[in-house]
Design a binder for this molecule. Structure first.
Ligand SMILES: C[S@@+](CC[C@H](N)C(=O)[O-])C[C@H]1O[C@@H](n2cnc3c(N)ncnc32)[C@H](O)[C@@H]1O
Length: 300
C-alpha cells in the first residue's frame, strides 16, 4: 500500500493501527493474516498536488490488488493542509527513547540517548514497522540480547525498519542480511543502518514483489544464503510463518537458532507443526497475547 502511494508521488506514507475508544484491542487483532484488522494510512504530498486525482488513482490501483474497506460513515479519506514544521513536530513528539531492558534502548534519531553507554539503536521512526513500540519487536530484541552473537551471521526476515538486524550487529554479530517484501521497509532499514554506523555489515534485499509469494532469496541472486546463518529472526505473522518454515530452516547452519514472532500465543500450536520437522528445544516467551518462540536447528 505504501509502495502505491510513493509511486503516486507521496513524500511519505505510514500505516498505523486504527484505534477507537470503543474497539477493544482483541477485536482489532482478530485476523492472523493481517497485522491489524483495520489501519490508518497517513501520507504526505506537496501542497501543489491535485489530491482528488491522487485519491482517484489510488482507489483504482488498490481496488484490484488489495481491496480497501472504509469506515461505515462513508468517508474514505481526510485531507488536511499542514505547515512543514508542524507536521515534523507532531511526528517527533509521538516518539520518545524507549528502554527495552536494562542497557538496551531504541532512540529516535533526533534525541540524545538517555544512557550513552547502553546499546542504543538509533531509528528514524515512521517509515516502516519496527519502532520498538510493538510487543513482538521488544520480545525479539530481548531474545537477541540473550544470544551469544559475537561473530555470528544473522538473517532478519521481514526486517521492517531494520531494528532487529541493527540490534544484532550492535550486540556483536559480524554480518546481517535484512529482507522484506516492502520496498519502503528496505529503504528504511538501509537508512537506519547508516544512522547506527553498521551499514558496511548490513545487507538488505527486497524479497519479491508480492507479500503472499515472495521468492526465495537465492532467486534474487543471493548465492550465499543456504545453510549459512547462525541466527534467523522472523517477526512476520502467522500466515507467512506457516508458508516460510522450510525456507527459513534452509537458511540456518546446523544448530542455528530461530526466533519466531508476530504470532499470538494461541497460534503457536499450528506454527509448531510446520517448524517441528526442522527445529527442537522450543521455548515460548510472551508479552500480553503475543508470543516469541526460540528453536534450535535440529538436522543438517
Ligand atoms: C511485524 S513487521 C516486523 C518489523 C521488524 N522486524 C520488527 O521486528 O519490528 C513485519 C515485516 O515483515 C514484512 N513481511 C511481511 N510478510 C513478509 C514475507 N512473506 N516475506 C518478507 N517480509 C515480509 C512486512 O513488510 C513488515 O515490514
Amino acid at each position: 500500500m505504501t509502495d502505491e502511494l510513493l509511486s503516486l508521488g507521496a513524500l511519505s506514507a505510514s500505516v498505523e493501527e486504527y484505534r477507537t475508544l470503543d474497539a477493544p484491542e482483541q477485536e482489532i487483532f482478530g485476523d492472523s493474516s493481517k497485522v491489524w484488522e483495520r489501519c490508518t494510512v497517513q501520507t504526505l504530498f506537496s501542497a501543489s498536488t491535485d489530491v482528488g486525482a491522487i485519491l482517484a488513482l489510488w482507489h483504482a490501483q488498490s481496488g484490484s490488488a488489495a481491496p480497501l474497506k472504509y469506515e461505515a460513515g462513508g468517508s474514505s479519506a481526510h485531507v488536511e493542509e499542514v505547515p512543514d514544521q508542524e507536521w515534523m513536530d507532531s511526528v517527533r513528539a509521538s516518539y520518545q527513547p524507549a528502554c527495552i531492558e536494562e542497557g538496551l534502548w531504541i532512540v529516535p534519531s533526533w534525541c540524545e540517548p538517555p544512557e550513552p553507554t547502553a546499546t542504543n539503536i538509533i531509528l528514524e521512526p515512521g517509515l516502516a514497522f519496527g519502532t520498538g513500540e510493538h510487543p513482538t519487536t521488544r520480545l525479539c530484541l530481548k531474545a537477541l540480547a540473550r544470544l551469544p552473537l559475537a561473530g555470528k551471521r544473522v538473517i532478519d526476515y521481514g526486517t521492517g525498519s531494520g531494528v532487529l538486524a541493527i540490534a544484532a550487529l550492535k550486540m556483536g554479530a559480524s554480518e546481517a542480511l535484512g529482507t522484506d517484501t516492502d520496498a519502503l521497509a528496505v529503504h528504511s532499514a538501509k537508512f537506519n543502518a547508516g544512522l547506527n554506523g553498521v551499514a558496511a555489515s548490513f545487507r538488505t534485499e527486497q524479497c519479491g514483489a508480492s507479500p503472499d509469494s515472495p521468492e526465495p532469496l537465492a532467486a534474487a541472486g543471493l548465492a550465499d544464503v543456504e545453510a549459512s546463518f547462525d541466527v534467523c529472526v522472523a517477526n512476520i505473522l502467522q500466515g507467512p510463518l506457516l508458508e516460510l518454515g522450510p525456507r527459513l530452516a534452509s537458511y540456518l547452519k546446523p544448530n542455528g537458532v530461530i526466533l519466531l514472532s508476530g504470532i499470538l500465543v494461541e497460534q503457536w500450536a499450528a506454527v509448531k507443526d510446520v517448524y517441528e520437522p526442522f527445529f527442537a528445544e522450543f521455548e515460548v516467551a510472551s508479552e500480553g497475547k503475543w508470543a516469541l518462540v526460540t528453536g534450535v536447528r535440529s538436522d543438517s
